[in-house]
Design a protein around this ligand. Sequence first.
Ligand SMILES: NC(=O)c1ccc[n+]([C@@H]2O[C@H](COP(=O)([O-])OP(=O)(O)OC[C@H]3O[C@@H](n4cnc5c(N)ncnc54)[C@H](O)[C@@H]3O)[C@@H](O)[C@H]2O)c1
Length: 257
Amino acid sequence: MAHYKDLFNLTGKVALITGGAGGLGQIMGLGLAEYGAQPVIFADYNLEGAKRAAAAVVASGYQADAVFVDVTSKPSVDSMVDKVSRQYGRIDILINSAGVNNRKPAIEYTEDEYDHILDINLKGTFLCCQAVGKIMLAQQKGKIINMGSVSSVLGHPHHGPYAASKGGVALLTRVLAVEWAKNGINVNAICPAYIRTPLTEGYLSTGNHYEQIVKTIPMGRLGMPSDLVGAAVYLASPASDFVTGTLLLVDGGRTAD
Ligand SMILES: NC(=O)c1ccc[n+]([C@@H]2O[C@H](COP(=O)([O-])OP(=O)(O)OC[C@H]3O[C@@H](n4cnc5c(N)ncnc54)[C@H](O)[C@@H]3O)[C@@H](O)[C@H]2O)c1
């Protein structure tokens, strides 16, 4: 008879999270650690923030580490992956959570502003998938979770480059899922609606943005970082072994409306 109580067990899995100093990266990392991942490695451009995230996980009694990465730079991404794989022998779980946004009417973006968003959100996700993908192909096993957004599928005004990057992340996820489907690698994306983190705090705190956004969410509230933990654990765990190329919308019904 089959048993299912270990479906979400991540014991001993080496997890790497880019954007690990961020509001969502930190909490997903703690969630993975609580389900057994060890160590959870927080990678970020903000190394001090990544160290703080790792220290919080260690203070909760789990193993964690921190490493610098600039996801827009191939040498930096390669050096992160090299360091982690040499030190820990493998990489079982990758969450690509580094991301930025800058909201304004499409005609107002400078070329540099556009490039900045696309470089971090889309090129950065590609470079990390590629570098970690090599390790996972050698292992013939791995779980990759990209961070999309409801902007992967909806055309919010004033989100031109962000939506272009997140739509790109959605299709990159599906392409890699198909390319690596026979290699034991699952590639999926979590697509959240608005959640209060450093990425959104400024926007939500000005004008009536908060009230306007809440009105568009059928559940009548913003997401909370903790709303993503179950999605991250699921997509990192054996429970999702037959799930690949999917966009898991964690959005209070926003895209169902
Ligand atoms: N918060 C939301 O409402 C929301 C909604 C949908 C999708 N998302 C996505 O989730 C992901 C995480 O968002 P968050 O809310 O935690 O944002 P956040 O701003 O709290 O964290 C983002 C992290 O990315 C890091 N980063 C930026 N540029 C980098 C680079 N070049 N190299 C390495 N790290 C870099 C930052 O230092 C920061 O720690 C992002 O991809 C974001 O687009 C967030």
